[in-house]
Design a protein around this ligand. Sequence first.
Ligand code: ADP
Ligand code: ZN
Length: 723
Amino acid sequence: MSTSSPSPPGSDAPEQSAAVAALTRHFGFRAFLDGQERAVSAILEGSDTLIVMPTGGGKSLCYQLPAMVLEGITIVVSPLIALMKDQVDGLTAKGVPATFINSALDAREIEQRIERMRRGDYRLVYIAPERFKSARFVQALAPLSVALFAIDEAHCISQWGHDFRPDYLRLKPVLAQLGQPQVAALTATATPEVRDDILVQLGLGVDGRRAPQVLVSGFARGNLTLVVTHVHTAAEKLARISAAVAAVGSGIVYCATRKNVERVAQSLSHADVRCIAYHGGMTDEQRNEAQDAFMRGEIPLAVATNALGMGVDRADVRCVIHHDIPGSVEAYYQEAGRAGRDGEPAWCELLYNYADVRTQEFFVAGANPGREDIAQVYAILQRLCAAGPIEMPITQIAELLGKTRNTMTVGGALHLLEKAGAIQREYAQGSRTHTTHLVTPIQPLDALAIDFARLEAKRSRDDEKLHRMIAYAEHKGCRHGFILTYFGDLAAPTHCATCDYCLAHRQAAARLPTADEQLAVRKALSCIARLDGCYGRGRIAQVLVGSRAKEVLDAGLDQLTTYALLADEGSEYVWELLEALIAAGCIAVSTGKYPTLSLTPLGHEVMHARSAVALTLPAAPAARPARSRDRRVASHAAAPAEDADSAALLQALRAWRRDEAAARGVPAYHIYTDSTLHELARHQPQTNLALLNIRGIGPAKARQFGAATLEIVRNKFFRGEII
Ligand code: ADP
Ligand code: ZN
């Protein structure tokens, strides 16, 4: 939306404006859309990139703009042959020399276009993936200087994606044949396994190729309030749904099964909530009628399985409630994302009952028959069909199997056996069940074309996806942050204003520390810097409050200059302060059995007062009763040193004020009053913001004297004793 989106290190201002100038000159756009500038700079820097943006995010421009700047030709692999001509016509109209090559062209025409590529007539050439089947074609391209090899709809290379195309698997060897040109892969599919698979299948980051940059953007939906409610009964779920619909007007309730759809729709109707039901078990006619009534806004609520999807282009859906936990974070976010398409606030609530996970486990098992399941189904078919073809519903076969009673599993196994040519199935006339024949000669299971390893891999991926979804439901932190991190958005927030977790913690909302608090923050950080990565939270808190516990003294920790620095504040305060610093990303906690604390780069910046961060701080220590005047006596280090420091600072400030007043020919108190000088000496502000917290310093004074004041304070501050 703006040109000021963060750019990667290395890209400097002139380059940015050159990019914007090129954007305007070639494409007539005034500014980059979110994520485009980052992608364009990464490509211009020479990185291989995987660019993930939602549909409509403006992916094409990410390679079209570099194509105008880079030396050489940009090849664009795109499976959307129908759209190729339009794309090229659009570019040509803008004066961008471009063409396409696909099987709609005859051999002579292809020959001619390759010849013109050689002559440098085009900047962009769209090529259909199946063209690379021809070795001659690839050879003809090899001598060309390819600046960028862009792969549109890159998820087509992944068997885990929703649109696998074997032609895409050819691209890796093609890259080698073309001399490993720079690659930009683009997709709207952000699931972690597809993302990783794209990199692997293209061989990015290996064989001497630099690590690719994976750039995910545009998935943030801050207008959605994400909520998870733990519920125990069906009645509680209904109550939540009724309340939400009453509050916001329109919405969708997603259920995991058809049975739940019917049950929930019926209960809601009884409660006078008007709704349509929608699932795959209804006839096309029933479904269309229901969907239309919902889309037209006649009925405010749809209760549906995930079959309700594609057609939902109603922009004013105000809530999406999940009656049952779905099987993956991507399914959840896709469905929840149907709320608030108009950008206005919308409510997305997951009604979470751990018992519902069973349904999803059942689906995973059903969708992924294991070797054992297939073997059992095959064995029983061999018995049943010994005397000829059988006509038997799947449920009955499942019953015969006894233990394997999951009908979906049996259905899946039958499907695989059929695909492998071991059986044939036909619908008997006028019957809803299949007739199953065994194909003879009967082959042993291992001779069948069934890729068991792949089935197993898919099973564990599906399990993992479900576990991640459960992790979302049980997450204790920002939900938007969780989802964006899952999708690989490295700029994911740790805090938002629209999820239940962040809203619940709003009372203790993050704010900039006062001068006193900032001092405490820096003391805590300097203690961690001293003990970098050696101790956990407990020991560090002990050191900060000046504990005389045996383990502290035995380790000689009481000898540290940072010992007892926060003795006055007390251990409760120190614990909360450490929590806040961890949450704000100033302190890193190691994983493992004994997590230790260390400073992050941000923590270093804050410790040196080079930056200030907003923190969810405990009640200010100043506001607490002086709880430990006695402790102050026991703890020796910080306080007296501080006093000495403030005295020195006060002196320096007075001297400066005298000179400044003389230079301006005004009385000293026109610069700062005495009480302001005392406050400055006591609070030792390190930033402009902290300066504004000092009584007697407003914006005007800060503008006039801020820089000079801060310089004096910084010179006096700490004098290397702590940091
Ligand atoms: P995607 O491939 O990600 O679905 P497109 O590349 O087709 O998206 O772009 C979506 C729309 O956004 C197109 O109409 C395109 O012209 C427009 N667009 C792309 N970049 C910009 C921009 N910087 N400013 C304005 N419109 C843009
Ligand atoms: Zn949040």
